[in-house]
Design a protein around this ligand. Structure first.
Ligand SMILES: NC(=O)c1ccc[n+]([C@@H]2O[C@H](COP(=O)([O-])OP(=O)(O)OC[C@H]3O[C@@H](n4cnc5c(N)ncnc54)[C@H](O)[C@@H]3O)[C@@H](O)[C@H]2O)c1
Ligand SMILES: O=C(O)C(=O)C[C@]1(C(=O)O)C=C[C@@H](O)C=C1
Length: 370
């Protein structure tokens, strides 16, 4: 009979830790989750939102009775927690997993510390958001996303299957990779794009002095491609520190790519430029359809609204008339002149699209997705 997971010790109660806890509780309400966060207020919010059952008295308080330990901290912190864990008294049958965006350093270190003694299985749910903190956690964040696991020679079949079973409430698709393959692939489709997004923002920032209007002129395209630059700097600092070698190779690759397209522009080579964009479009259009949870799980609609009292109730009134439920509402930027940006969040993409149509029907306000 498969070993039962009755108690989980979760370290790091942010977006990912919180979302995993919610997904587990949804599937297995009887499992008890004790949580610890270095930021006490995150732990208190997690408890209030019933993301966890109890706040652990300290990082390892009560850990000796845990069947599963989940590390959901930025990856540099994960390394030092693994280090400290090695001197803790743990259940013989305990399974330890993490959710970090890099796998090579973590798996190597865990292997060196735990060896055959403890079952450590690296993990990385491939969905997330630019939002941080437990307040943004959602049970369905990983629905239909890939959940990469990096078992090693030390991993038993039994532990792998117990881990996948306890995580089945995530409704993610499990896929196994070596840590090296993981870091190469995520370097290309996640880590390097993040650097590009941040660098585009820096580039625009350098133009701000000479063109003060630049921020306000940044429209859909710039917002789309730079959304992820709003993510947690601590998380991304750590990811880059962990994946240096793969990223250095990608910098070279990117420079080659930039030079290639630069030459086409310099040579006014219209046909080649057309092909360049056509090929990119074909590849991008060929990405699998966006399924719920696979890319963003936050369905935000932004509305440029005139800055006058009553505008929020005007908009919520239209939405109420069409029975569209909002999960969150916030003015995110009040500009000095006449317009502010209202962010409305919805539970589903369908609600968001209905809301957009509704606002466009009753008003002239410009709406856009992030
Ligand atoms: N955000 C994403 O899109 C995403 C997706 C998949 C995986 N990840 C990975 O998940 C992990 C967590 O990211 P997140 O988005 O949940 O970040 P987050 O900032 O929302 O949460 C991280 C939490 O860890 C806590 N923490 C930091 N150091 C700690 C320590 N020593 N002990 C206890 N708690 C500590 C922080 O206070 C914070 O509450 C990271 O390793 C990240 O690489 C992130
Ligand atoms: O959607 C986002 O905001 C993300 O950046 C999510 C994203 C990604 O790059 O796809 C970010 C880091 C994680 O390790 C996994 C997912």
């Amino acid at each position: 009979m498969e070993q039962q997971i009755e108690k989980i010790h979760l370290i790091g109660l942010g977006l990912i830790g919180g979302s995993i806890a919610l997904a587990i509780k949804q599937e297995f309400p009887a499992i008890k989750i004790a949580g610890y966060d270095i930021n006490q207020s995150q732990a208190e919010i997690a408890k209030t939102l019933t993301v966890i059952d109890e706040i652990a008295p300290n990082q390892f308080g009560g850990i000796e009775t845990a069947d599963l330990i989940i590390l959901a901290t930025p990856v540099e912190q994960t390394l030092s927690i693994i280090d400290s864990l090695s001197s803790q008294h743990l259940k013989e049958s305990v399974i330890i997993t993490d959710v970090g965006s890099t796998k090579q350093k973590i798996s190597k270190y865990a292997d060196s510390v735990f060896g055959d003694g403890v079952q450590f299985i690296g993990g990385h749910p491939m969905a997330g958001s630019h939002k941080s903190g437990v307040i943004a956690a959602k049970a369905h964040l990983f629905e239909n996303a890939f959940y990469i696991l990096t078992p090693t020679d030390h991993t038993s079949h039994a532990s792998l299957s117990i881990l996948q079973n306890v995580l089945k409430g995530t409704k993610a698709h499990f896929v196994e990779m070596t840590p090296a393959e993981h870091d190469e692939v995520t370097g290309v489709i996640s880590h390097f794009p993040h650097i590009v997004a941040a660098s585009l923002v820096h580039q625009a920032g350098r133009f701000e002095d000479s063109h003060p209007l630049i921020k306000r002129l940044a429209a859909g395209g710039f917002r789309d491609i730079t959304r992820i630059a709003s993510s947690s700097p601590a998380m991304w600092r750590d990811i880059l520190l962990h994946n240096k070698d793969k990223l250095l190779a990608l910098f070279d690759d990117w420079q080659y790519e930039m030079n290639r397209v630069r030459e086409l522009v310099d040579g006014l080579n219209g046909d080649a430029l057309f092909s360049y964009f056509q090929e990119a479009k074909d590849f991008r259009d060929g990405l699998p359809e966006r399924e719920k949870g696979a890319i963003p799980s936050f369905y935000d609609l932004y509305v440029d609204v005139p800055d006058y009292p009553g505008v929020i109730s005007e908009i919520t009134g239209y939405l109420a008339m069409e029975e569209i439920s909002i999960t969150n509402i916030r003015i995110i930027e009040t500009r000095e002149e006449i317009y502010g940006v209202l962010r409305l969040s919805f539970q589903t993409d369908v609600d968001r699209e209905r809301a957009q149509k509704c606002i466009e029907k009753y008003t002239d306000y410009k709406t856009f997705f992030s």
